[in-house]
Design a protein around this ligand. Structure first.
Ligand SMILES: [Zn+2]
Length: 565
């Protein structure tokens, strides 16, 4: 009886709201794709290989006991249908709450962070941080989305540090590149406010801001989050306005420059340019859908060089959360942590891009099982997580740091800092050419460190002892090679092909573990990579011109000349 009554009421309501009725019609994927450009669905698969293949076609979001939750755009879904797998279409997570629950309040003035702001409120809020704390932060627009919305960072640092440039290590948080995963969006706004308002109040926050160059981007996919308009996050999409998954759109260590076979989206390009201009030591990419800290790699089974460090750092994150949250929170996979590939493999993700191509340490933080939780629960998520979020920022200060300088001039050097018998897959770091500073978080142990710079003799410092929680400083001076020995190195246009080159450059002199740098005619190093025998160097991002290729392999240095078309 009760049931019938409810059914009658529901029927009545849907009759009044034709749009809602459409949304519930399961099987109307065409309608959903037409209205939203993406579908959310689930299917059953226990076949890892099948999932790996499907992962190149659709966006696997999370997996719960062999039930796979996924998103697809029109092209991806058409290809998924060919698999013949049975599926269930799901209501978009951003339409789970009623529209009224998502009407924005006045975030900051209320003193509570239990609202999702309108897009204008968000933009004003970001501006207000700079207005209220001009000596502590700047708002930086790194580029535009497909629809021309700004991709905004708040850059927090003591003004002295902001003026001096990178004399302290750079740290980055970025959230919500999947537009419908909004928990981190609000937590990042809250974090910015917390840091700024506690400078000079809480000694630990003052010390953090004084010693870390902090970059926070609360909303990496504004077009997705405000897919239904600037007024509300209701109806947010995972994908950007071109219906592309931004977290599958990055160059991949294993699967090449365009693993999703889409061009780089404006959001992706803006972010890659931004990351290339900076030297992030440690960062984190925030999502929702699960409750877990997911560490590298996502694309392949090989373990990261710093696997022990990653497990320790993620364990710390999860354990600190557990100490301050309900028992059921943040316990997915191995009690809140997982190796990315062990969970399921993805290609083109931001995490692997940052680790492999930017020599950074980044993990993916999945903050809540519910993608767009009730606004009322947001301050709870803050309470569970803020200590862990602050602790993780301290990782940039751990391990080893120092300067690399030239023996005669004392000038700073751009040098590779390589942990021997340890570093692989670009886990090494580089010192900054402007001030010679390098930062290398690394797990407790005794390491041999090799320092190499162009035109200088490499130096190996043996048996450097690192203890967790006790960072050490190691300043290294490198001796310049004599001009005679540099002249002896033959600059030859041979053995490089194709020449001129546009995309990929091969060289017969590449051997396993070669450190290859590209130097422009002004003598500036514009690219450095480790390239193995038979592998290609990607030079697509270089401006056209004449370059030198410098290949360091053991004690041998070879210079080759080539032309970029
Ligand atoms: Zn996500």
């Amino acid at each position: 009886m009760k049931r019938l009554f409810i059914l009658l009421i529901l029927t009545g309501l849907y009759a009044l709201s034709p749009l809602k009725a459409l949304q519930l019609k399961v099987g109307s994927y065409k309608q959903m794709l037409h209205e939203r450009g993406e579908v959310y669905f689930k299917f059953f698969s226990a076949d890892r290989q099948q999932l790996q293949q499907l992962g190149h076609i659709i966006s696997l979001d999370h997996i719960r006991s062999d039930t796979v939750f996924a998103y697809a755009n029109a092209r991806g879904f058409a290809r998924f249908l060919h698999s013949g797998l049975a599926y269930t279409l799901l209501k978009p997570p951003s339409e789970r709450l009623r529209k009224q629950q998502l009407i924005p309040g006045t975030l900051k003035s209320s003193g509570k962070w239990n609202y999702y702001p309108s897009y204008e409120q968000y933009a004003n809020l970001m501006e207000s941080f700079q207005k209220d704390y001009p000596a502590l932060c700047k708002v930086v627009d790194i580029g535009k989305s497909v629809l021309g919305r700004s991709l905004l960072f708040v850059h927090i640092g003591h003004l002295n540090n902001l003026a001096l440039g990178e004399t302290i290590p750079e740290f980055m948080y970025t959230s919500t590149m999947h537009g419908d995963e909004t928990t981190g969006y609000i937590l990042m706004l809250h974090l910015i406010d917390y840091l700024l308002s506690n400078y000079g109040v809480k000694p630990e926050i003052t010390a953090l801001i004084d010693s870390v160059d902090i970059w926070i981007n609360p909303l990496a996919n504004p077009d997705g989050t405000y897919a239904e308009g600037n007024a509300s996050v209701y109806g947010a999409t995972r994908f950007n306005a071109n219906h592309i998954d931004l977290n599958r759109n990055y160059p991949d260590p294993e699967d090449g420059q365009h693993p999703d076979s889409n061009t780089w989206q404006p959001e992706t390009k803006a972010f890659m340019n931004f990351a290339t201009k900076h030297h992030f030591v440690v960062s984190c990419n925030i999502h929702t859908g699960t409750e877990v800290a997911n560490y590298p790699w996502d694309t392949w089974a090989v373990r990261p060089a710093d696997d022990a460090w990653w497990q320790e750092v993620c364990r710390q994150y999860a354990d600190t959360v557990h100490a301050h949250a309900p028992a059921s929170y943040f316990t997915d996979l191995n009690d809140g942590i997982t190796n990315g590939y062990d969970w399921y493999s993805i290609s083109g993700g931001r995490q692997d891009y940052m680790n492999y191509f930017q020599y950074d340490r980044e993990f993916t933080l999945e903050l809540s099982a519910v993608k767009m939780p009730d606004p009322d629960s947001l301050s709870g998520f803050w309470d569970y997580n803020y200590r862990s979020l602050l602790n993780y920022m301290h990782q940039v200060l751990e391990g080893l740091r120092g300067t690399v300088t030239d023996s005669t001039s004392g000038k700073p050097l751009y040098a590779e800092v390589f942990v021997q018998h340890h570093d692989n897959n670009n886990s090494q770091v580089f010192s900054d050419s402007v001030n010679g500073l390098y930062f290398r978080p690394v797990y407790s142990g005794t390491y041999d460190l090799r320092f190499s710079a162009s035109g200088h003799r490499s130096k190996t410092v043996k048996s450097v002892k690192i203890t967790n929680g006790k960072p050490i400083v190691l300043n290294v001076i490198l001796q310049a090679e004599s001009s005679a020995s540099i002249k002896q190195q033959q600059i030859s246009p041979g053995r490089v092909y194709p020449n001129p080159a546009f995309g990929k450059l091969y060289c017969a002199d590449f051997s396993q573990g070669s450190l290859v740098s590209v130097i422009n005619l002004s003598g500036e190093k514009v690219l450095t990579r480790r390239v193995g025998s038979g592998e290609a160097l990607d030079i697509r991002l270089l401006p056209p011109g004449i370059y030198f290729l410098k290949i360091v392999s053991g004690n041998k240095t070879i210079l080759r000349k080539f032309v970029k078309k």
